[in-house]
Each structure stands twice: as structure tokens, then as C-alpha cells.
Design a protein around this ligand. Structure first.
Ligand code: ADP
Length: 412
């Protein structure tokens, strides 16, 4: 039987904290998350607790969760204990996990590679264009055990598409969902840096790539499988094969959401994705300037042409918030919202430029974006939460209209 959050909480009730009281009854246990065999908990570190105290508490918690896993006859592949101070800042992390490791640079297990069809395109590529053709989405299959697949795209690079994809993934995980993040930007993968995967090796278990479990999400990126210092040159069929392997040969397990960070533009990977996977929808990221909007319109129209619902537009870099809380409209503001209105698609929200967002991305610490306490930090956190709430709403609407979820009426 798989682990559940409630069962984990019950098991942890017998674990004494650094003050000797149960971490559950004292309120020190802030949250538990579990994605099948990957579990993590967050504990408020008591004032004055040393690193040794915290490590000892991590061991006690681990023993309780391992015991629970044994009772449930299930595997526990990874267990992470994150300690935060009273302001929510992470002060210590303990990670446990033991899996068979393959060094970076080893080719992942081979999928049947796509045979080029006429003209060099992978067999099965449907020409897009005329509405009379079925859209690629109409023939796409579902990823087993994944409820919602959401692609994040942008008309061009550098607008913050990966940043938005990552913060959507981490933000949804913080809301208690089990979330996977696929770095589909095979030409320029940024997740090894943004998730701080340095020092971790890609792992294959029984022929399947094991996702990296970090910051409460499961992630997979080609950046940990190939040497990214060399230019990644993929012809159409190769891009198709690489994306397909990453998606299908990663052991995602059960997920509420799989977020896919697409390459910028309107290329091969988007078409492959649309043919392969039933999506709940796509998010388009755009900066406020007019030139950026023109590209974003093309990205939104591409999704629509592929038969993918546009869940909404996010305006990134919507003004800069300085340390004193003052707002500077560097690239302008509001342009993406107008564009969304013009396209008749939802507007999901605007994220400001903050120094901390850039620094947290470079240092691979996305959870810190949700724990800011200074003026720019709180504005960023509020903006991220508002975007997530809007996105969850659009996902619910899209699922209802596609019949995945129906409203229920209970009369008593
Ligand atoms: P893309 O995926 O569109 O190419 P990235 O997400 O990689 O763009 O972002 C490009 C750079 O801009 C990264 O260094 C990232 O940290 C930074 N960045 C993105 N959005 C913001 C923001 N709102 N505030 C500060 N820095 C940002």
C-alpha cells in the first residue's frame, strides 16, 4: 500500500522533537509530502537546536517513516527532512536515499528510435495547418498515473519560461500536490542549475530513469544525461527521440501534475509533445514589451493549432521591485494582460523582477521564492501564489470541459 500524508503524520506522532515533545503535538511538524516512494517533511527547528540535534531528529523521523513503509510493504527511495526557522527560512536539510547510480554522460535506456518518415520528419508526424486535419492532440495518449500535464512555453528565450515552469512546479507541490517537472528544453536545459542538481548523478533502476527528488518535486532533465558544455544540436527526429525518451522512460510514478518546460519558440519538441501526450493545457510566458508579445502570440496560436488549451498567459519581469519596495517599470507593465484579452485567453498574473528571484534561480533554491520576508520578497511570494490560484482554477475548468472531472452535486 503506498504511503499517504496522513499515515506519515500518524507515524511521526511518536517522534520526540529537539525539546522532547512529539513533533506532531507540539506543532513543529509543518508539512508532509509524499510522491509514491519519495517522501519529505518540513519541521520548524527549535530555537537553540544544534545541527547534531537536527540530524538526530532526522534519524528518528526516518526510522519512523521506514517502519511505516515496511508495515505497508512499500519501498522508500528517498526521504528528505527540511528544517525552517520561525520565518520559514530553510536552515538545515537532511537527505536520505540509496539508489543504484549511473554516472552522468551515460546514455539513458534506448527507446525504439523514431524512424524518419518522408522528408526526414519522424514517422507519425501529422502535418498541422488546416482545421480539417485532426489536431495532434486528438491522437495523443495519456501518461499513466499522471492527472494533469501542463506545458510552459514562450515565443522566445530569456523571458523567464524556465523560471515560471519551476516556480509553478514547486508552488503546486507546496500546496500538497505531487508534482513532476520535465525539463523539455533539450537545446538549453536550465534545471540542473535552477534545481542545484550538481553532485547528483542520474540513476537508472530496472531500465527506468529515476527522477531527481528535490524541493518537493520530481524532476528530470537532459542536462544530467549529456555533456551540456558541448552544444546540443538536435535535428528534428533526434529532438523527437530525446523528448520521447525523457518523458516515457522516467519513472514518474503517480503525479497530480507534470509540468513541462518547453524549448522557446514553435519547434519540433512542441509538436512531438502534442502528438504524444494528452495535455490539460499550456501556459504562455511573456514579458511586457510589444516585441515580446508578438512572439508570445505566435506561441499561443501554435498551442491552439496543436489542439492544446491555452490555460493562460503569465507576464514575467513585470516591473522591478527594489529592496526599499519601490516599483520601477523597466520593461513596462500590463502588455501581456492586454495580449491575453486580445487572444481571448485567461491572464494568470504578473511576476515582478526581483534580485532574489534571480539569485535563488542561480543558486538552485526555488523554495526560497515562497519564503521572502522583505518588501520585494513578499511581493514576489504574493504574485506567485496569485498566479498558482488562477492556474489551479483554469486547470479545474479545462478538466471539466474535457470530461476529466465532473462537478458533483450532493443534496442532503
Ligand atoms: P527562459 O527559460 O525563458 O530562457 P529563464 O527562466 O532561464 O528564461 O530566465 C532567464 C534569466 O532571467 C535567469 O537568470 C533567471 O533567473 C532570470 N529571471 C527570470 N525571471 C526573472 C524575474 N522575474 N526576476 C529576476 N530574474 C528573473
Amino acid at each position: 500500500m503506498p504511503l499517504t500524508k496522513d499515515a506519515m503524520r500518524d507515524a511521526l506522532a511518536s517522534v520526540p522533537g529537539t525539546d522532547g515533545a512529539s513533533i506532531v503535538s507540539s506543532g513543529a511538524l509543518l508539512w508532509t509530502t509524499v510522491c509514491d516512494t519519495y517522501a519529505s517533511i518540513k519541521i520548524e527547528a527549535g530555537a537553540g537546536a544544534s545541527k547534531q540535534d537536527l540530524e538526530a531528529l532526522s534519524q528518528r523521523s526516518r526510522a519512523a517513516i521506514e517502519h511505516l513503509a515496511q508495515q505497508n510493504n512499500t519501498r522508500l527511495d528517498s526521504f528528505i527532512v527540511e528544517y525552517v526557522d520561525h520565518a520559514g527560512k530553510v536552515v538545515h536539510t537532511s537527505r536520505f536515499g540509496a539508489m543504484t547510480s549511473v554516472p552522468a554522460g551515460t546514455t539513458p535506456p534506448q527507446a525504439a528510435s523514431p524512424k524518419p518518415g518522408p522528408g526526414g520528419a519522424p514517422a507519425g508526424h501529422t502535418p498541422i495547418g488546416g482545421l480539417k486535419q485532426p489536431t495532434p492532440q486528438q491522437n495523443a495518449g495519456a501518461l499513466p498515473n499522471v492527472r494533469h500535464v501542463i506545458a510552459v512555453g514562450a515565443g522566445k528565450g530569456g523571458v523567464g519560461k524556465s523560471t515560471v515552469a519551476l516556480n509553478i512546479a514547486v508552488g503546486l507541490a507546496r500546496r500538497g500536490h505531487s508534482v513532476g517537472l520535465l525539463d523539455g528544453d533539450i537545446y538549453g536545459p536550465s534545471m540542473p542549475t535552477m534545481l542545484n542538481l550538481a553532485g547528483l548523478d542520474a540513476v537508472v533502476h530496472q531500465g527506468m530513469l529515476q527522477p531527481f527528488f528535490t524541493h518537493g518535486i520530481k524532476a528530470m532533465t537532459i542536462g544530467k544525461l549529456v555533456d551540456t558544455d558541448k552544444p546540443l544540436i538536435w535535428r528534428g527526429p533526434m529532438a523527437h527521440g530525446a523528448f520521447k525518451q525523457l518523458t516515457e522512460q522516467t519513472e514518474w510514478g503517480e503525479l497530480d501534475y507534470l509540468i513541462i518546460d518547453l524549448p522557446p519558440g514553435t519547434g519540433d519538441v512542441s509538436l512531438t509533445m502534442a502528438q504524444m501526450l494528452q495535455l490539460t493545457g499550456a501556459v504562455v510566458v511573456c514579458t511586457p514589451q510589444k516585441v515580446a508579445q508578438d512572439d508570445a502570440v505566435r506561441a499561443a496560436k501554435m498551442f491552439q493549432q496543436l489542439g492544446i488549451t491555452v490555460l493562460g498567459v503569465v507576464e514575467n519581469m513585470s516591473g522591478f521591485i527594489a529592496d526599499d519596495g519601490k516599483h520601477y517599470d523597466i520593461f513596462g507593465r500590463g502588455g501581456a494582460e492586454q495580449m491575453a484579452q486580445r487572444l481571448n485567453v485567461p491572464f494568470l498574473g504578473a511576476l515582478p523582477i526581483t534580485m532574489s528571484l534571480r539569485a535563488n534561480s542561480d543558486s538552485g533554491n526555488p523554495t526560497a521564492n515562497f519564503a521572502g520576508t522583505d518588501a520585494p520578497g513578499t511581493r514576489l511570494r504574493d504574485a506567485l501564489e496569485a498566479m498558482l490560484t488562477n492556474l489551479e482554477g483554469q486547470v479545474a475548468l479545462a478538466s471539466m470541459s474535457s470530461g476529466k472531472q465532473r462537478p458533483t452535486l450532493s443534496i442532503s
